[in-house]
Design a protein around this ligand. Structure first.
Ligand code: FMN
Length: 423
């Protein structure tokens, strides 16, 4: 059997060969290697190694899926266990590192040579890393001497009250990008149900997989609410999808206009198009549902979206998966917020991993924050319960952050919490 280091994803220990460089004889089982063993490349601990599954082990992988539903029901499954399970399910795609930052040495960033990009970013991953950097450079100010309140992090999104200003970003492409250990519909249901159980709202993406294009709409129908975001196809097709969404209890509908740069749709030879201002107005006018445009990365587009009658803009570079070399979302966000001057609801997503990151995006002016990759890891590792537990994890840090920056509610999170030049 072979075991791979899930931190660097480079070193493989082969039991047949052993490793004479580290004094392990051929035929030594991985279990018999002492616990103090470290990966010779990145120094990761032995427990961070995973058995490499063979093709016919896929059944076992599927059996382990969701850490078995009974286990989730009977025992208290921790978010840590869910991440470990995700590492197993996403083997060869995402190492579920503690920090997911688009570093070019990460396993996910080695997949872009003509194949799909898994959970990585396009090009050199500059937009992906920039999202992280733009959040990381913001420093928070500890401010403690004031009357203690239990923070209230509920807020409104459109006409709905949500328990926390975080929603799942629109996601799709389980077979193409996420290893296919569950079906597209199970994934979509897990995301929307998990968000609902956490007291929030799930957005869901639009895969180009043959026969699966309506998965998002079907999942919304099943869960009772959610928001489908469609790829920028021809308007005639979008009108049809929007009509179906209206009948399926969608709270809003939208288009990820930056999906025009989708590598997956291109690989599958499915055409996607830019949208003219006129086409955007047609889409907005085709429905009574609030219309969302996802993928706004400049003031011009933001203002055109406002003029077209859009209700929500999502400031996002698709997690660095569409155009490489963009600015980070957190860097750009305040300019867009200022330009639209409260005429639309502004969401922001890209690089958000913790409740502290959520606070930063809110302080920069976002009305709500969207999370992508960590929702994938949570849904793949633990289904709807995984997603719910991820929201709980975010809430924990958000609460800690609000208490320590003296913010009693979401409205009080503003630039005063910053401790550097951004203020
Ligand atoms: C594997 C994968 C699939 C995605 N699928 C979609 C999609 O179908 N529609 C969409 O609008 N965005 C899609 N996105 C982008 C996310 O909605 C989101 O903008 C991005 O992941 C946010 O960055 P983060 O992952 O750093 O949180 C996808 C992202 C990933 C990683």
């Amino acid at each position: 059997m072979k075991f791979i280091c899930t931190t660097c994803n480079i070193y493989v220990y082969d039991e047949d060969k052993g490793d004479l460089n580290i004094n392990v004889k051929p035929g030594t089982s991985f279990n018999d290697i002492p616990d103090y063993f470290r990966c010779p490349i990145c120094n990761a601990k032995k427990k961070l190694f995973k058995k490499i599954l063979k093709e016919n082990d896929k059944k076992t992988r599927q059996k382990n899926m969701y850490i078995s539903k009974n286990k989730i029901k009977d025992e208290k499954v921790t978010y840590h266990q869910i991440r470990n399970n995700a590492r197993e399910q996403l083997q060869g795609i995402c190492a579920v590192n503690r920090v997911c930052d688009g570093n070019p040495d990460r396993f996910c960033m080695g997949q872009s040579y003509g194949s799909n990009i898994g959970l990585g970013g396009v090009g050199k991953g500059l937009s992906f890393t920039e999202n992280i950097k733009s959040l990381d450079k913001i420093k928070l100010k500890t401010r403690l001497i004031s009357k203690h309140f239990e923070p209230d992090f509920s807020t409104n999104f459109l006409d709905y009250k949500i328990s926390v200003p975080v929603m799942t970003s629109s996601l799709s492409g389980v077979r193409i990008c996420m290893g296919g250990s569950i079906s597209e519909i199970d994934f979509a249901v897990a995301v929307l149900q998990g968000a609902k159980n956490a007291g929030s709202i799930g957005w869901i993406g639009n895969t180009c997989d043959e026969g699966q294009e309506l998965t998002g709409i079907k999942a919304v129908k099943k869960i009772g609410y959610g928001i489908p975001i469609f790829k920028p196809q021809k308007n005639n097709r979008l009108f049809e999808l929007i009509k179906m969404a209206e009948k399926s209890d969608s709270l809003a509908v939208g288009v990820d206009i930056d999906g025009v740069g989708s590598t997956n749709w291109e690989l599958n030879k499915k055409p996607v198009f830019r949208k003219s201002f006129k086409e955007l107005i047609e889409l907005v006018d085709s429905t009574d549902l609030p219309f969302i445009v996802k993928g706004i990365m400049c003031i011009d587009d933001a203002l055109l979206a406002v003029d077209a009658g859009v209700r929500v803009i999502d400031v996002s570079n698709h997690g660095g998966r569409a155009l490489d070399s963009t600015r980070g979302v957190a860097e750009l966000l305040p300019e867009i917020v200022k330009a639209v001057n409260k005429k639309v609801v502004v969401t922001a997503g890209g690089g958000v991993r913790t409740g502290f990151d959520v606070m930063k995006m809110l302080a920069l002016g976002a009305d709500a924050v969207l999370v992508g990759r960590d929702i994938i890891r949570s849904a793949i590792g633990g289904g709807s319960e995984g997603v719910r537990l991820f929201f709980e994890y975010l809430k924990g840090d958000l609460r800690r952050g609000m208490i320590q920056t003296s913010c009693n509610n979401i409205k009080e999170i503003n630039k005063n919490i910053f401790d550097n030049q951004l203020k």
